[in-house]
Design a protein. Structure first.
Length: 499
């Protein structure tokens, strides 16, 4: 795999400044080890007028096979021939993107202590990649790079020059030219190489969302192909794609707010730099914080996380010693296995592990193991059940287990019109069997509360839109007798304090 970055200059602004920005000396060839082979950096030319830096990734095919043995790695077929006979050693892909991040980490961040002003200024850049897999052809390449300020030349590579009748391959020779900051150029390439290939050659974990947002900051939220980029970069994992889309939308809204705040600050005190506005937390984080706040307010110590999935809420509960017993239950054995790995259950200390139990079970059936707990959480669970099965869950939780407090969160379908990345009429998740508006959720919750002796109140989670409400709706069910006792205890405490 091969990539070159070239720039031109003059005596006042020499092209050799590129070596400072890349933090690589032009007189030395350097080698860096990566998980898939050796990355070489060298300069075919380095003069005041023109300087070119080259990155050559020498892929180690046996190492690639060893790392790809686990199921699901990059979606590659688990066939012996396909593991060894492929385009990985020469076609620029996610492997080259990883090498780019490894070798040019400081340049990607836009850091250069020697020439900070050059790092902040656009440069005349030319990027060449001799072989790039492009699922979508030259048209897609242009749609991805041209909105970012690049002039794009994507020349299709024939399957075999000796047999032109065979047509063109899915590979192109790519040349990008434009006046951009070097850090922006590298971030474009880092994100869009695996998008063009439409494949990741390593396991796509949830932290890939953070990488996408980090290196897409400033350009991805407004890109016309944002949805395609997000989906392909995250290997079409819908749950991660949805999370990225939500966070990008929040970032876009936050950026709009930042413009107004910065304008006001500059008008008041132009000599002082405006402070960066804090980004809103992702909706999933806001939801967990809202649930934790209600559990604390209820004084719960023994908590059930029903439909715990991969254990995000369980991990948050474990961080607080006040929750002395935590049970995570899910119908999926695979989800529980992922939760155990995520929580590092095998390496967890004895004191902490004694507070945690992971159980496999279905909420469609009563389960004596769930009785006697202070609180139960159903976070983004009910919408995954077919409506005819919802009464069974209702009885299993509210009728049989009967915790003092039950917290339920579910999407507010009215808010879906605010997600620009969500097609009209589509649910937020492919597995959602329904999504309720606020009135429908309240109607269900009131009936459940009346039928099983609970009182219920509602809270918004996320930005509470005056027209369509919040993205997540939350209901807190409290056993009616428990609520009365709590009020009596509070009144008694007040009387004792006054006395």
């Amino acid at each position: 795999m091969f990539l070159t970055i070239s720039t031109t200059g003059s005596a006042a602004r020499p092209a050799t400044d590129l070596s400072f920005l890349l933090h690589k000396h032009p007189d030395r060839a350097q080698v860096f080890s990566t998980s898939y082979g050796d990355a070489h950096v060298f300069y075919p030319e380095a003069s005041v007028e023109r300087t070119t830096a080259a990155l050559l990734l020498e892929v180690d095919p046996p190492a690639l096979v060893r790392r790809g043995r686990k199921k699901g790695r990059g979606g590659a077929p688990d066939a012996a021939l396909a593991q060894y006979v492929n385009d990985r050693p020469y076609a620029a892909s996610s492997l080259l993107a990883v090498a780019l991040r490894t070798v040019f980490a400081s340049a990607l961040r836009g850091e250069c202590k020697a020439l900070p002003e050059r790092a902040a200024d656009p440069l005349p850049l030319r990027v060449e990649l001799p072989v790039v897999p492009a699922r979508g052809g030259p048209v897609l390449v242009a749609r991805l790079f041209e909105p970012l300020g690049w002039q794009v030349a994507a020349e299709p590579i024939p399957l075999d020059p000796q047999f032109p009748q065979w047509g063109e391959s899915r590979y192109v020779r790519l040349v990008l030219e434009g006046e951009l900051r070097l850090s922006d150029a590298l971030r474009h390439i880092y994100v869009l190489l695996p998008v063009l290939d439409d494949s990741k050659h390593y396991w796509v974990s949830p932290d890939e969302v953070d990488k996408l947002l980090r290196y897409g900051e400033g350009w991805l939220p407004g890109h016309p192909e944002q949805k395609l980029i997000t989906s392909r970069y995250l290997a079409r994992r819908w749950s991660l794609t949805r999370e990225a889309a939500q966070r990008l939308e929040l970032a876009r809204l936050a950026d709009a707010d930042d413009i107004e705040v910065e304008a006001i600050d500059n008008a008041v005190a132009p000599e002082e730099p405006a402070e960066a506005e804090e980004r809103p937390a992702p909706l999933a984080v806001q939801r967990r914080e809202a649930v934790l706040a209600e559990l604390r307010a209820a004084g719960a110590a023994r908590v059930l996380d029903l439909g715990c999935g991969q254990g995000q809420l369980v991990a948050a509960l474990l961080k607080e010693p006040a929750f002395t017993e935590i049970v995570g239950l899910d119908v999926s054995v695979r989800a529980l296995d992922i939760a155990a790995r995520r929580l590092r259950l095998d390496r967890m200390g004895e004191r902490r592990s004694s507070r945690l139990t992971l159980l496999q079970g279905s909420l469609a059936y009563t389960d004596n193991r769930l009785k006697g707990y202070d609180a139960a959480v159903l976070s983004e669970v009910i919408e995954h059940l077919d409506l005819p099965r919802l009464p069974a869950l209702e009885y299993a939780v509210f009728g049989s287990a009967r915790p003092r407090t039950v917290i339920v969160t579910t999407p507010n379908v009215e808010y879906n019109v605010r997600w620009e990345s969500l097609p009209a009429g589509h649910a937020r998740h492919a597995d959602h069997r329904f999504e309720w508006n606020r009135a429908q959720f309240a109607e269900w919750a009131e009936k459940v509360a009346a039928r099983h002796g609970y009182q219920v109140r509602y809270l918004p989670v996320g930005p509470d839109d005056p027209e369509v409400g919040p993205p997540t709706q939350l209901a807190v069910f409290t056993l009616a007798g428990e609520s009365q006792n709590e009020n009596q205890n509070e009144n008694q405490k007040k009387e004792e304090t006054v006395a």
